[in-house]
Design a protein. Structure first.
Length: 201
């Protein structure tokens, strides 16, 4: 996960999840972070970052490894305008968009392939406009697939409910309440990461 302020005052943020565990996964994650930062000098679009990663990862990873990623470019809103966000998703669960008025949650999803696995068609990006108070939540599958002893997964529906319940809370509180709900009854199997973004004006 990383967040970068760009010269045009937009912000690039992403959350990536590498398959596997241990040192190889950690090394690959470091390479991804470096490749993303390098690409942002040339063309800081989520789809361009995905294309670059899909080109460079096969040469530096073990054959069975891949990465999933959700990336966003958040533009500064003009006066009396909504905040525009470009995003792309490669193999990640849906992002959640919580609207402040009324308090509703919608899914931003895509079916594109993970990064570094196969060559294929160009990645496709999307755009969403956010109003003040709106929030975006990106979660890795380690959160959604956390299980109770009876095999029940935490799931996207539970994450949506928590987002609505905590919509007016500070972001640190939203994250803390999410991890508290997870640790109370659900076993951690994979890495659990959250990216939270709120429009404040």
């Amino acid at each position: 996960m990383d967040l970068v302020s760009l010269p045009d005052r937009s912000i690039f943020a992403y959350i990536a999840d590498v398959s596997g565990h241990g040192l190889p996964a950690g090394i690959l994650m470091g390479m991804i972070k470096t490749a993303v930062r390098t690409q942002l000098f040339d063309l800081p679009k989520p789809t361009a970052v995905f294309e670059r990663l899909n080109e460079v990862l096969p040469a530096v990873k073990e054959s069975h490894m891949f990465a999933t990623c959700a990336a966003l470019r958040i533009f500064e809103a003009e006066p009396n305008q909504r905040c525009r966000v470009e995003y792309a998703i490669a193999g990640q669960p849906p992002m959640l968009h919580a609207s402040a008025a009324p308090a509703t949650v919608s899914e931003l999803c895509d079916q594109q392939q993970p990064l570094g696995l196969l060559s294929g068609p160009p990645y496709v990006g999307h755009t969403v406009e956010l109003s003040p108070g709106d929030m975006l939540r990106v979660a890795t599958d380690g959160i959604l697939e956390a299980e109770r002893r009876d095999g029940t997964e935490f799931g996207l529906e539970r994450l949506q409910a928590l987002l609505v319940e905590n919509l007016s809370q500070p972001l640190a509180t939203v994250a803390e309440n999410s991890y508290t709900a997870l640790s109370a009854s659900y076993a951690q199997i994979n890495d659990q990461s959250l990216l939270l973004i709120r429009v404040v004006s």
